[in-house]
Design a protein around this ligand. Structure first.
Ligand code: FEO
Length: 397
């Protein structure tokens, strides 16, 4: 295992997880990387670690450039286990003089490992000398955890941003200029939609703050995906765009079906939207993963949800995805509900309440079908699509 040189002083010493396909409920079809970084100098410094299962890979890469015992400082920018999981082992083997964390990082890591890791708290504006260079800290609270922190290596002009600006994308090509945009753009967008979206207001404020600080690093090094060295502003601009959640003429029709009736309704709603001039994604929970639904919703202006009734409730797959989407707090959506039922249509109305609970502006009553939809019901579905399309058009004015 070899480290990968980023600058004369900075090396990538992380791990590539080619096989992970479920990242706490997020479908990672292309795997991921856990990036850790080694800063050489008089006080060699390790920035972040990896998921504990990959400790051996990280240490092997470190050993390819330095005796790990020479590392004097470890910085833990984020206490989620994919980055801090190997911290106790690293501290035990390396025996660094200091381990720097944010105040919330101290609380989190203490509660996770219940052992003395010699942690020291730093806050925004604090600086440490690392031998010929300086690392300054910027707390990035709620990007995406309360403890999240950035570290900036001043002379080398490298900003270590932890999860922010990352993506779940396993690659042996670790730099932006080695990867074709068509292969990574969806993964970057999916990562934003599933990890960062709830904190979009904070992203916008933070980007503004960073601009005012005059911070425009030559290299941005996140803890997942690749390192932005050719054009770091590219991912920053994408974050600004995704965080703004500007309305687009696009709708998602999301549903599950039991015997095909709710699907027949979905098809006609999608057709109404299409006839109204709105781009539509018709997503069945039979074939879609919740994290791909979230990605399609990121640039949509409408969410229309449908479910059949099962045991006096909505379908489990719909309950799953709606619970997930509620947590992601997508803004600016209009929507409505629909569904087929046998003898109790009330659960379809529950869908409308769920939309309201998600902050969606409901613009029409639910369309319900007693068993199989007839032509009258199907016409109502097309009309619902047209209505939603008009409401989306209003948002775009
Ligand atoms: Fe990649 Fe929040 O952990």
């Amino acid at each position: 295992m070899q480290a990968v040189k980023i600058t004369d002083k900075v090396y990538w010493v992380g791990a590539i997880d080619w096989n992970i396909r479920d990242f706490h409920g997020y479908s990672t079809k292309k795997g991921t990387t856990y990036n850790a970084f080694l800063v050489l100098g008089e006080k060699p410094t390790l920035i972040d670690t990896v998921k504990k299962e990959f400790y051996g890979e990280m240490m092997a890469r470190i050993k390819s450039v330095i005796d790990p015992k020479k590392i004097q400082i470890i910085i833990s920018n984020h206490s989620e286990m994919d980055h801090s999981g190997a911290l106790p082992q690293a501290v035990a083997e390396i025996e660094p003089k200091e381990v720097y964390v944010s105040a919330m990082g101290m609380k989190d890591i203490t509660a996770q490992f219940h052992q003395n890791l010699n942690l020291k708290v730093v806050k925004t504006g604090d600086k440490i000398e690392v031998g010929g260079d300086t690392i300054s800290f910027v707390e990035a609270r709620m990007l995406h955890w309360p403890d999240s922190m950035f570290s900036y290596l001043e002379k080398e002009d490298v900003l270590f941003t932890n999860d922010v600006f990352g993506m779940h994308y396993a690659t042996s090509k670790l730099f932006d200029d080695e990867n074709e945009e068509r292969l990574w753009l969806y993964e970057a967008e999916k990562y934003y939609a599933n990890i960062v979206l709830p904190y979009s207001d904070i992203v916008l404020r933070f980007l503004d703050q960073v601009t005012k600080m005059g911070l425009s690093p030559k290299i941005i090094a996140p803890d997942h995906g690749f390192i932005w060295r050719k054009d770091p502003s590219k991912i920053v601009k994408l974050y600004a765009k995704w965080a703004a959640q500007a309305p687009k003429n696009k709708a998602v029709v999301l549903y599950d079906s039991m015997w095909g009736s709710t699907e027949k309704m979905a098809v006609q709603i999608a057709e109404g939207l299409r006839q109204g001039g709105t781009e539509v994604k018709q997503l069945s929970m039979h074939s879609c993963h919740r994290s791909d639904v979230a990605t399609e919703l990121l640039d949509s202006s409408a969410l229309i949800i449908g479910s059949p009734v099962l045991n006096s409730g909505i379908f489990p797959a719909m309950a799953d995805v709606l619970c997930y989407l509620k947590g992601l707090r997508k803004k600016g959506l209009v929507g409505a509900a629909f569904g087929s039922y046998g003898w109790n249509g009330a659960p379809v109305d529950e869908l409308t309440k769920m939309l309201e609970g998600m902050g969606v502006q409901v613009v029409a009553p639910a369309v319900k079908s007693l068993f199989v939809p007839d032509e009258t019901v199907l016409a109502s579905c097309r009309e619902l699509g047209l209505t939603i399309s008009k409401e989306v058009a209003k948002k775009l004015q």
